[in-house]
Design a protein around this ligand. Structure first.
Ligand code: ZN
Length: 433
């Protein structure tokens, strides 16, 4: 049986760290409600990323009553979710059983013995199976798919600012429910040319969820990000890389391409937060990966460039990332967001819009002309004719979602009143990242 980490398979290409001797937080009883403090409580209470980075407050603050609870699996019995479920052709979704979670973490998949894993399920997180359509590498050997997961968080702007000084852009895999607190940061991603993609609503292992829960996770995340930015995402990274052919087919019908990461290129920055490895060990391991990067091959066996896994959830992981970037660049790798590394000219789905009230407003250049801030070429895109998305039900679903009465979400609003929104006082990690 493969050992499972939060991020997928334990790397066997990191000779400098014997992860088999490292405590596995999943099997060794990590506290699932562990809170990681950003700094001192006093500092947290006064930390305001918007003020620090001089970001404007949203003209329209997020109305939390209109969305499910932060970091919780959305209710599947709401009329909204039922309408979304009805749009899926379930006859095409493989009948793969919902995976059990671990005793410690309910929605982190528990891998069965190898002999009991059905090869037809192509369960990446338990067998390492990569489906032909999965993106796990960049096609050019010298390009590096730079990705950050689990934000937006108070630490995200630090990474954005740093990348700007380097004139680099990355893909940020967004946890939908965390947009409730930081919609302005999400807009900054777009305005500064970064690429955003889906990382679900509650950050649960998707193979542990029912079909309807998966739909709810995706559609609510899609909705909040579209409400804030005008964009409908096209790429998704399942939390922990936990996907199988059931999850893939649901994603496919919603127009999403799955992105995981290159085997051996999980930086394991999340382990640092749990004090299982130290920063210098990660750097040593990353250097080894760089030295051996000539061996990276795509799913089709062609020479390829790496896609890494990092997190913009804390200052510690961002500080680490600031050290890894020059190492990789010094080794000849060119960091870039996933859409650019794939040479994808349409990084968002049909139905996306830039403005007004879209991803970013037009900037007047002082000569009577204007341009959009954002990914190069976005302003030339005709999002209404994105051939990558053939799901003709999408626009119907969008219209339907906008006309659903808000009153149906009263129960959600009541839940919100009792919800512990960690906000600036700390970040709850249900599992490793
Ligand atoms: Zn994650």
């Amino acid at each position: 049986m493969q050992l499972l980490t939060s991020s997928g398979l334990l790397s066997t290409k990191t000779p400098d760290i014997d992860y088999n001797k490292v405590v596995n937080p999943i099997t060794d009883g990590m506290d699932p409600d562990m809170t990681i403090h950003l700094s001192s409580d006093k500092e947290e209470a006064t930390f305001d990323p918007l003020r620090l980075y001089n970001l404007p407050k949203s003209k329209n603050r997020m109305n939390v009553a209109l969305y499910p609870t932060k970091d919780q699996i959305p209710d599947v019995n709401s009329p909204q979710v039922k309408a979304w479920v009805d749009q899926i052709d379930w006859s095409k979704v493989p009948n793969i059983p919902v995976a059990p979670g671990t005793p410690e973490v309910k929605h982190f998949p528990k891998c069965p013995p190898d002999s009991e894993v059905d090869p037809a399920s192509c369960w990446w997180s338990c067998s390492g199976c990569v489906a032909p359509e999965d993106v796990v590498t960049c096609p050019d050997r010298d390009t590096w798919g730079l990705t950050y997961d689990d934000g937006p968080s108070p630490a995200t702007m630090d990474m954005i600012k740093h990348l700007e000084t380097l004139k680099l852009t990355a893909t940020f895999f967004i946890v939908g429910s965390r947009v409730l607190e930081y919609p302005e940061i999400l807009k900054e991603h777009i305005a500064r040319g970064h690429h955003i993609a889906m990382h679900t609503w509650s950050h649960s292992g998707l193979t542990t969820l029912t079909n309807h829960q998966i739909v709810a996770e995706i559609r609510w995340t899609e909705k909040i990000i579209r409400d804030v930015t005008g964009l409908t995402m096209k790429y998704v990274r399942p939390p922990y890389g936990d996907t199988d052919n059931r999850v893939r087919e649901i994603f496919r019908q919603m127009g999403y391409t799955t992105v995981i990461w290159t085997k051996g290129w999980d930086t394991n920055d999340w382990r640092m937060l749990q004090k299982q490895v130290q920063e210098h060990e990660i750097i040593q391991s990353f250097q080894s990966a760089l030295t051996n990067r000539i061996n990276i091959t795509s799913a089709q066996g062609l020479p390829a460039g790496p896609i890494t896994l990092e997190h913009d959830l804390t200052e510690a992981t961002i500080s680490l990332s600031k050290r890894l970037i020059p190492m990789a660049m010094g080794n000849g790798l060119k960091p870039m967001n996933i859409a650019t590394c794939l040479n994808d000219q349409t990084p968002y789905q049909r139905g996306s819009k830039l403005g007004p009230n879209g991803a970013t407003e037009k900037i007047n250049d002082g000569e009577g002309k204007g341009h959009y801030r954002g990914m190069p070429g976005m302003e030339e895109q005709d999002f209404s004719s994105d051939v990558a998305n053939k799901d003709t039900t999408r626009e119907q679903s969008s219209a339907r979602s906008l006309t659903m009465p808000n009153g149906i979400l009263q129960s959600v609003a009541m839940m919100m009143a009792a919800c512990v929104v960690t906000g600036l006082t700390g970040i709850v990690l249900l599992t490793p990242l």
